[in-house]
Design a protein. Sequence first.
Length: 201
Amino acid sequence: MAIGATVALAKVLGVVWQPIFWAIVIGILFHPLMKWIDSRLSGRPSLAGALTVLAIFVFVQIPALLLGSMVIREGMSLYTRIQSGAVDPGAELLRLENLFQPELGQLMTGIGIDLGAITEKLQSAILRSSEFVLSLFLSAGQNAAAFLINFFLMLYLLFFILRDGEDMYRQVFRAEPLPTNQKQLLFKKFADVSIATLNST
């Protein structure tokens, strides 16, 4: 029965693991803000959690979504212009190369660097990058409904993680069958890696 319940739980969580993960990561990152707001409200964790979620939504997630849409739009424009021939990355790189000739060419040749090969690789990389952005755009369009559901589910979970996170942490900490020092190291590493993941993203 325990194995069956574990498998069933894994199947349920497998569908929503991303919003759960991001809610935990964002909750860890913004826990100090939640505590600061809570201290100003004289210990009203529900209101403090709601205000923290609102602040994260307005000042972090909306700007991030707007920035992401701008990047995708610019990538789409670049891809279209490259495909139509309006922009030729090879010609632009060649013009830049000619601007610094012959001194740069002689210097590069002297140390064994082929500018022509670098130009071809850069042109290929630019085209691949624009195709990657296009694929992101198409994927976002096809999965818009799933993205919105996961996004608002993450906000919903984030509220409870901010409000009840310390109690959850204590319960999970007690349930871990490891020595105390190892549990402390495990949770600290998880927090460090999670915050680094969010920052790099």
